[in-house]
Design a protein around this ligand. Structure first.
Ligand code: MG
Ligand code: ZN
Length: 216
């Protein structure tokens, strides 16, 4: 009698192939001295808004490419593109995350050597994007004060797999009676050393510190 569990093998293969593609992407970024950042978070946390704010401050200094992951639209890519930044839209169809091979397609589709900064906006959800390496220098999670107080406690794995957290929309904390410090304590409980940035992409609070930390 065979009791092999095939699903685990398939998953291992998938992740193995993804890791391989991710290290190839990493080589390309390294070769051209590109800072590549994967920006993850639920729908509505302000990922696009954060990228727009960063592009506003950095697009004179660096040639920037934004790669946008979205199921069907190019709304976010167009928003960022309006700041004079080149964009590549990846429509994932049914896939709820970007993987390294999708990034490879985007890289191959453009003259990547032109750019010094690549912002990747992942598909809006806080679960699986963190499980897929893209070959970037940093994976950033964006959470915001509009999502309620339990986002971190409900998604500890995403926090563990990230290099830093941005708490966005802090300008709304007071009116929503939201305890930003409590959210930061939840992050510290998952990873005591994870860099946390309290930001308002809208009014600009905290962006200079974030840019400095990103080495930009
Ligand atoms: Mg967006
Ligand atoms: Zn997914």
């Amino acid at each position: 009698m065979s009791e092999k569990t095939v699903s685990i093998d398939i998953k291992k293969d998938l992740f193995g192939a993804n890791e391989e593609a991710a290290s190839k992407n990493a080589e390309v970024f390294k070769k051209h001295g590109i800072v590549a950042i994967d920006i993850m978070g639920s729908v509505g946390t302000g990922k696009t808004q954060l990228i727009e704010a960063l592009c506003e401050r950095l697009s004179e200094k660096y040639p920037i490419l934004m790669i946008a992951g979205d199921l069907a639209t190019r709304i976010d890519a167009d928003r960022v593109g309006s700041h004079g930044v080149d964009t590549v839209q990846i429509n994932t169809g049914t896939a709820c995350h970007l993987d390294a091979r999708m990034i490879r397609v985007a890289i191959d589709d453009t003259d990547i050597s032109k750019y010094k900064v690549v912002f990747i906006e992942n598909v809006g959800n806080l679960i699986c994007p963190a499980g897929y390496s893209l070959g970037v220098g940093k994976k950033v999670v964006v959470v915001s004060v509009t999502e309620g107080p339990y986002m971190i406690r409900k998604h500890p794995l995403t926090i563990k797999r990230s290099d830093m957290v941005v708490i966005n929309k802090i300008d709304l904390a007071e009116v929503l009676d939201f305890d930003v410090d409590a959210l930061e304590r939840d992050i510290r409980e998952v990873d005591a050393n994870l860099p946390v940035f309290k930001v308002s992409s809208k009014i600009g609070t905290g962006l200079d510190k974030l840019i400095e930390y990103l080495g930009l």
